[in-house]
Design a protein around this ligand. Structure first.
Ligand code: ATP
Length: 250
């Protein structure tokens, strides 16, 4: 992991084909932060993660990652984005978490194999090493993907709806892993829909509705009036508007 750097957003607009999906984002993700990103469907949450990981360049404003390299940011997209028919077993999937350190064709040493086995054990999947990922339940697959993330040794970990359709036991096991990452001073940003989980486990929240409604301590950001405001802003958003002139006063 590199020396910790904050990620700073300065009036960032992100979108597709010159149409903003989310705009006027300004704030700082401090090193070691545990930040939830919350908002209605289509609010721009996934778009924001794509901006943070650098796959989407801002249409406006600036994302400053300091000394942090884009390859030091690990990104777990929504489960739907993963091709589960890909012929790979749990061990090989998890071991790809070492690629950054070992290179694509580096091969695994005995020590590496032990590290992979440990990561698999840490998510409760020992015994599943040779199972094809297509045969796993949704929760088991998510455990395997978290084990791979753990091996990536990333300074920043971005999770897009990591607990969608996952049972309470699995969520609580994976949250323990997230807490461990935080103790290791990694930064974790997670898109979440379950506000109970956010309130329980995430000290900071960014509430989005095509722009930021609130960004700060979770208890403040998730006040009922803020959530209501987010819903109203989401409904009022014009999906076809071009990039706007900045309206800081709004
Ligand atoms: N590749 C794309 N091309 C064009 N528009 C897109 C693309 N991806 C997302 N959008 C649009 O950008 C807006 C924000 O989408 P985004 O996926 O970021 O929302 P979200 O908050 O993650 O939603 P959800 O909770 O439903 O996953 C939506 O109007 C969506 O249709």
């Amino acid at each position: 992991m590199s020396a910790a750097s904050a990620i700073r957003l300065d009036d960032v607009t992100l979108g597709y084909d010159r149409h903003p999906a989310v705009h006027h984002l300004t704030g700082e993700i401090a090193p070691g932060a545990l930040l939830a990103v919350v908002g209605p469907n289509g609010a721009g949450k996934s778009t924001l993660l794509k901006g943070l990981v650098g796959t989407l360049k801002p249409l406006g404003g600036r994302i400053d990652r300091g000394a942090l390299k884009v390859r030091e940011i690990a990104y777990l997209p929504q489960a739907a984005a993963l091709d589960r028919s890909f012929p790979i077993d749990v061990f090989d999937l998890v071991s790809t978490g070492l690629w950054r350190r070992r290179g694509l064709f580096g091969g695994l040493s005995k020590g590496d194999r032990a590290t992979v086995a440990e990561a698999i054990a840490s998510v409760g999947l020992s015994g599943f090493e040779r199972r094809q990922i297509g045969t796993l339940s949704g929760g088991q697959l998510q455990r395997a993907l978290f084990a791979r993330l753990a091996l990536q040794d990333a300074a920043v970990i971005l999770l897009d709806e990591p607990f969608a359709a996952i049972d309470a036991k699995t969520v609580s096991d994976l949250l323990e892993l997230v807490a461990r990452w935080r103790a290791e001073t990694r930064t974790v940003v997670a898109v979440l829909h379950d506000l109970e989980t956010v309130r329980r486990a995430f000290p900071e929240t960014l509430l989005l509705a095509r722009r930021q409604v609130a960004w700060g301590p979770t208890s403040e950001a998730l006040r009922p009036e803020r959530l209501l405001e987010a819903r109203g802003m989401q409904e009022a958003f014009d999906d076809h508007a071009p990039v706007c002139a900045v309206d800081h006063a709004a």
